[in-house]
Design a protein around this ligand. Sequence first.
Ligand code: ADP
Ligand code: GLC
Length: 486
Amino acid sequence: MKILQVSAELFPLLKTGGLADVAGALPRALLAAQQDVRVLLPGFPAIRDGVADAVQVAELDAPWGSRVGLRRGRIPSEGGPDLQAYWIDAPQLYDRPGNPYEDAQKQPYQDNHRRFALLGFVAARIAYGLDPGWQPEVLHAHDWHAALAPAYLAFAPRNGQPRVGSVFTVHNLAYQGVFAPWHFADLGLPAAAWSIDGLEYHGQLSFMKGGLSFADRITTVSPTYAREIQTPEQGCGLDGLLRHRAGVLGGILNGVDDQVWNPATDTLLPHGFEAGHLDGKAKCKAALQAELGLAPAPDTPLFVVVSRLTEQKGLHLVLGGLDALLAQGGQLALLGSGDAWLEQAFRERASASPRSVSVTLGYSEPLAHRLFGAGDVTLVPSLFEPCGLTQMYGLKYGSLPLVHRVGGLADTVVDATLEDMADGRATGFCFDAFDADGFGRAMRRAFALYRRPADWHEVRATAMARPADWGHAAVRYLDVYAKALS
Ligand code: ADP
Ligand code: GLC
């Protein structure tokens, strides 16, 4: 099948979160399944520089008149075929340093509606023949940045060509791409697209609604989140629409990219390890404690956090539980960046207890790997979590996840209850009540299990063996693509 994947980020070229990991791994899994998949990305500097041998494919006018280009090249990949990639050449929109969505003051760019409308617009043009050499059968758009692709597709003149199917994947319903209504005039869509069944959302312009209203099929990144977003509590104002479209909505759990996240082959770890041979993991822990200035304590449970520091991630629970964590003899190592108050609060805790608490503010892919490699417990106490990847990296690296039982966290972690341990299913620690007590009790369970090494090792072995192959997810997506076409 010919598939065009449309996203704003793609690992390893550009990443601000899990979306990039998925956008990088899924096309490679589809290639491995012998599918003809290509990707479309905005021409951000990191994308432009990372796509090799780019040639000009076409020139076209954006809906608001400016001239833009479409280029095609390849993203080299180790141990598999290169990935064919298109990028939109529009330096006036994309040639800005740093974060793809915000300026240096962390403010969204004023012209984001144009920057991401163009992504959907060009996707629909490719669907109907912009590249004379290749046309997809299905468009697969990710998150609000690409959400207008199905809308443009729905209104595009087909010129007698076969219908192209569309799939829209919600990675996070909390980010919707909502803009002032007058920007609709810029988009070049017919007036019919502006309605309660289209892009209009309480008088505003909603990109997310473009995907949810016009895509043939909708997916999200875990079965539990697919159910949660149909409730008023977690529907972010769109639960009615999602219930209306429930017949074409489903959850497909993300996988883990084994090329990038495998403790046996991970070159970013100082020592490799695998289930049954965990000397390397102990060495990773010792190395990390030394690197971060933590006390060199092999038998102290090391809790790690790798996260955006936003309200979604529930990290105030970690702050609130930190005294208890230290009183029980644990260490905490955090890597993250985001909200100023959280950064400040964690920084203060690290300077108060430098031998037990380490806080690194910023973004570092290598340090993230070292943290999962060294950690005993990975904390992911998110308020909500569409899928979550860090708990899956924790599982694979034997750093047992401690999670709030929601969304993809509920679908990937099995709590260390006595019965699930007896059945050999337990992989981590889950809590239900999103409060200090719920979090604190799960942490107590982690400490209690840690003091029973035989049980700990068994749970860790189960966690490390949990299958998280992208191949399975790719098969599920192929089924959805086929339904979008039919
Ligand atoms: P989200 O996409 O909501 O941020 P996920 O758990 O799906 O959450 O994905 C987060 C991804 O970003 C993971 O690959 C994680 O390792 C990475 N990550 C988050 N914060 C940092 C950071 N400060 N440095 C390096 N990697 C980070
Ligand atoms: C979003 C979600 C996260 C998910 C990721 C990849 O960023 O917040 O839960 O894992 O997308 O699908």
